[in-house]
Design a protein around this ligand. Structure first.
Ligand code: NAI
Ligand code: MG
Length: 356
């Protein structure tokens, strides 16, 4: 198969983990006889430094021209401590999502058995947990009108959803539920928010086309509680942009670490595959970042954008085997992990490559 892949490492550990993710894709291409070509582009702080723009036109053009994007993360401490900065790395991320129409963010919460002990949740509550989040990605309070008024002393953001936006993400989630346990939970805050009442109405409407799917509704505050009380009750979850952002960081603890969670952003055109974590400046440059989220994002890319199931499964099997062999990065190690089994980013990548 011939495919053109754009590598967009971004900032901080995005650079470090995406380099490993790319190596894994190259190894798969060699092993399975695919002809993948690669290009690279700038986004975020790196792009601001080079061009003044967090998402340069050249990057956007390259994204639209590629078959898939393997993405890292954006961010820099400089902006985190300066709320007044007008040009910011995450503007690049949000604009990319909007421009590419990436309205559905899939976040599989897959727990590898070997990491049961790495989680802060009791192993007996976790064993067998397997959740697929659908986070809406191009609407909600992240894209609604925002403003400072009252001479800068008051600020507001607008939580806004249209029927059309809710319907298309709901359909994606129902479709996925049909291929899994036929259970879908919709998360909103319909007891308080008008946009959530619309959300619920639309989900109920779409449900009529999926009579086999058992639909439930949960308020986001209760969902946050249930997620760590009884994660195995969750199967497919659909929710808005803000609630999904928060719930999936929480859910990362089910999988042991942010460094384990991959995501796929899909919609109208090119799919973008990225770890759910950020640029992690506290560990940037130390060579200790867990590359598995990037590697598992590459596996999602092969599966979802290219339909290469066996190739995708080969990557997941290599991750599983590496964890079974006892290798860990710092974030997923525990007190019982021998020191010489705790690997850095590149060494962990080598272990995966050797098992593909
Ligand atoms: P973060 O996800 O970068 O880090 C949170 C914590 O998890 C840190 O302690 C970090 O060391 C750890 N961590 C994250 N990924 C890891 C990995 N692969 N291996 C080992 N440990 C890992 O979130 P934080 O610290 O809130 O934000 C840092 C920067 O990233 C900010 O500038 C923020 O705006 C940006 N950010 C970007 C995102 C994106 O590009 N999609 C998403 C979230 C944050
Ligand atoms: Mg987040």
């Amino acid at each position: 198969m011939k495919k053109h892949i754009l590598i967009v490492p971004g900032d901080g550990i995005g650079q470090e983990v995406t380099a490993v993710g790319k190596k894994v894709v190259e190894k798969i291409a060699a092993k399975f006889g695919h002809e993948f070509t690669y290009d690279e582009a700038l986004i975020g702080h790196a792009a601001i430094e080079a061009t003044g723009d967090p998402l340069p036109e050249e990057t956007l053009v390259k994204m639209k021209a590629s078959d898939a994007v393997l993405f890292g993360a954006v961010g820099h401490p400089k902006y985190d401590n300066d709320p007044s900065a007008k040009v910011r790395p995450e503007q690049g991320l949000l604009k990319m999502r909007k421009e590419l129409g990436l309205y559905a963010n899939l976040r599989p919460i897959k727990l590898f058995d070997e990491l049961l002990e790495a989680s802060s949740i009791k192993p007996e509550l976790l064993r067998g947990a397997d959740i697929l989040f659908f986070r809406e990605l191009t609407g909600d309070v992240y894209f609604g009108k925002r403003e400072r008024i009252d001479g800068g002393n008051t600020a507001y953001d607008t939580m806004i959803y249209s029927k059309y936006e809710v319907e298309r993400i709901a359909r994606k989630a129902f479709d996925a539920a049909m291929t899994r346990g036929k259970k879908l939970m919709s998360v909103d805050k319909a007891n308080v928010l008008e946009s959530s009442r619309l959300w619920r109405e639309v989900v109920l409407e779409v449900a009529k086309d999926y009579p086999e799917v058992e639909l439930s509704h949960q308020f986001v505050d209760a969902a946050a509680m249930l997620l760590i009380k009884d994660p195995r009750k969750f199967d497919v979850v659909v929710t808005g942009n803000l609630f999904g952002d928060i719930l999936t960081d929480e859910a990362s603890q089910i999988a042991g670490s942010m460094g384990m969670l991959a995501s796929a952003s899909i919609g109208d055109s090119t799919g973008v595959y990225e770890p759910i974590h950020g640029s992690a400046h506290d560990i940037t440059g130390k060579g200790v970042a867990n590359p598995l989220a990037s590697i598992l994002s590459a596996a999602l890319m092969l599966d979802i954008s290219f339909g290469l199931k066996a190739e995708s499964e080969a990557i997941i099997a290599a991750v599983d085997a590496t964890l079974k062999a006892g290798f860990r990065t710092g974030d997923i190690a525990d007190a019982s992990t021998p020191k010489d089994m705790i690997l850095g980013t590149d060494a962990m990548g080598e272990q995966i490559l050797s098992r593909i």
